[in-house]
Design a protein around this ligand. Structure first.
Ligand code: GAR
Length: 207
C-alpha cells in the first residue's frame, strides 16, 4: 500500500467541500489522494468538479438498491475497489448504516453546518435562525450510528447577523467549512487523531 492516504468522497450536491479538499491537495497543504467521488445523484455538480481534476467518479442511485444496507454494501465494494482508507461525507444527504461504518472503522467523517450537538439533522442553518442563536458554525466529526452524533474533530464558530437569511448564513458557514474539512483530513492523514470515548484527541505536531 502506498503511504499517501486514499480518500473516497461521497456527495449529493454542489461539492464545494470536495473542491476545498482537492485545492488543498493540489497546493500541497494536504498530502492525500482523492481516489474516487461517489454520488447518489446523477446531476450532482460535484461530479463535474471531480472530472475536471481527473478523479474517478461513480453514480450509485439509491433507488436501484433494495434498502439502506444493500446500498451501503455496494458503496463499500466500490470504495474498496479504489483502495479507499478514509471515507469523507461531503454534503452526502443519506444516513449511512453499520455496513459502511464496520467496513471503515473510525474512518468515516462528516461535515455538518452547525455547532453540534446543536441542530443535528436536516436544514441546520434554518434551525439556527429559527431558534435565534447568535453564534453558529460547523462541525467535522467521525460518523457513528446516530445522526450527527459522532466524536467531534474540529468546530468553527460563525456569528449570526441580524439580517441573515438562510443563504447568507450558509455562505458564511461554508467559508469555515472549506477551511476545517481539509484540516481534519490532514490531521487524519498525519495520524494525529485518536478517539477516546466521545473525545477526539489531537496529537501535537512532532518537533
Ligand atoms: C455543506 O454545507 C454541509 O455542511 C451540508 O451540506 C453542504 C454541502 O455543500 N451537510 C449537511 O447538511 C449534512 N447534514 P457542498 O456540496 O458544497 O460541499
Amino acid at each position: 500500500m502506498s503511504d499517501i492516504l486514499k480518500i473516497g468522497v461521497l456527495v449529493s450536491g454542489s461539492g464545494s467541500n470536495l473542491q476545498a479538499i482537492i485545492d488543498r491537495i493540489e497546493d500541497g497543504t494536504l498530502t492525500a489522494k482523492v481516489a474516487c467521488v461517489i454520488s447518489n445523484k446523477a446531476d450532482a455538480y460535484a461530479l463535474e468538479r471531480a472530472k475536471r481534476h481527473g478523479i474517478a467518479t461513480h453514480v450509485l442511485d439509491h433507488r436501484s438498491h433494495a434498502g439502506r444496507e444493500a446500498y451501503d454494501a455496494a458503496l463499500v465494494e466500490l470504495l474498496r475497489s479504489h483502495g479507499v482508507q478514509l471515507v469523507v461525507l461531503a454534503g452526502f444527504m443519506r444516513i449511512v448504516t453499520p455496513v459502511l461504518l464496520e467496513a471503515f472503522p473510525h474512518a468515516v467523517m462528516n461535515i455538518h453546518p452547525a455547532l453540534l450537538p446543536a441542530f443535528p439533522g436536516l436544514h441546520a442553518q434554518h434551525q439556527s435562525l429559527q431558534y435565534g442563536v447568535k453564534i453558529t458554525g460547523c462541525t467535522v466529526h467521525f460518523v457513528d450510528e446516530g445522526t450527527d452524533t459522532g466524536p467531534i474533530i474540529i468546530q468553527a464558530a460563525v456569528p449570526v447577523m441580524e439580517d441573515d437569511t438562510e443563504d447568507s448564513l450558509s455562505a458564511r458557514i461554508q467559508v469555515e467549512e472549506h477551511r476545517i474539512y481539509p484540516e481534519a483530513v490532514r490531521l487524519f492523514a498525519d495520524g494525529r487523531l485518536t478517539i477516546n470515548g466521545r473525545r477526539v484527541v489531537i496529537a501535537p505536531l512532532e518537533p
